[in-house]
Write a protein that binds this ligand. Structure first.
Ligand SMILES: Nc1nc2c(ncn2[C@@H]2O[C@H](COP(=O)(O)OP(=O)(O)OP(=O)(O)O)[C@@H](O)[C@H]2O)c(=O)[nH]1
Ligand SMILES: [Mg+2]
Length: 230
């Protein structure tokens, strides 16, 4: 597998975070230390907000892969998973429903609703805290594809937008993407790099992204199939 996940490295010690939060919560009670009630209440609200964020750190990251038909979304998912867990093929469109890939030990109970039409359990330990979601294309004539993809987009923590040198210009009309900019991390992948990338493509793609409000986004130029084969 050539697309390596970042390693936790110097991961934050959550036990230490809890100690600090408990200490701050005690201060909120200490009228001798903080006589001003308004200040104590403000601190209490902040402690509560940080506790909520800390809880979120324990939930698996929802990573949604989106893009036009045939750009290589399912292939990229396989490259990230390090094995062929999603069906990818030359048939268009291949992925017709949202498919959620999660570890068999993952305790997250996902209700198979409209957005999570299919679930595939796997045993890849490195994906325990990451749920990969493959979505149908957004540009098919079947409008339900885009609707389902957008439901996932709203829930995702990380969005990987996949495009190719043939399709990236479609971003010029992708106004719908704007509303999802806030609250999630976006990564933009220019796939099929093994087939060559003309020099104007990446600067053009950057320009389209800036026009959509993603100024400074640096496209990741790669080949999903080459990564999976490596
Ligand atoms: N040369 C090359 N082909 C690729 C690459 N990534 C995907 N493909 C091929 O492109 C075709 C479509 O790939 P998929 O991964 O099924 O694309 P998709 O975006 O999931 O397509 P839909 O599910 O129909 O929306 C398949 O035949 C893949 O083998 C790549 O990096 N290089
Ligand atoms: Mg697919």
């Amino acid at each position: 597998m050539a697309l390596n996940w970042p390693q936790p490295g110097d991961a934050v010690d959550l036990g230490r975070v809890d100690e600090v939060l408990d200490g701050l919560a005690n201060w909120c009670e200490a009228t001798a230390l903080l006589p001003d009630q308004e200040t104590r209440q403000r601190l209490q609200r902040q402690v509560t907000a940080v506790r909520e964020k800390r809880e979120q750190l324990l939930s698996p990251l929802l990573i949604a892969i989106i893009g036009g038909t045939g750009v290589g979304k399912s292939s990229l998912l396989n490259a990230l998973a390090g094995g062929p867990i999603a069906a990818a093929s030359a048939r268009r469109p291949t992925t017709q429903q949202v498919t959620v890939y999660l570890h068999e030990d993952n305790l997250l109970a996902l209700e198979p609703g409209e957005w999570a039409a299919a679930q595939v359990r796997h045993q890849r330990a490195e994906l325990l805290d990451r749920i990969l979601i493959d979505t149908p294309d957004y540009d098919s004539v079947d409008l339900s594809h885009r609707r389902r993809m957008q439901t996932v987009l709203a829930l995702a923590d990380v969005v990987i937008f996949v495009t190719t040198r043939e399709k990236y210009a479609d971003l010029a009309g992708a106004e719908w993407l704007r509303q999802y900019r806030e609250g999630r991390l976006f990564l933009f992948v220019l796939n099929r790099a093994d087939e060559g990338v003309p020099p104007e493509v990446v600067p053009d793609l950057r320009r389209h992204l800036a026009e959509l409000g993603f100024a400074g986004a640096e496209p990741l130029v790669l080949s999903a199939t080459a990564a999976l084969a490596a």
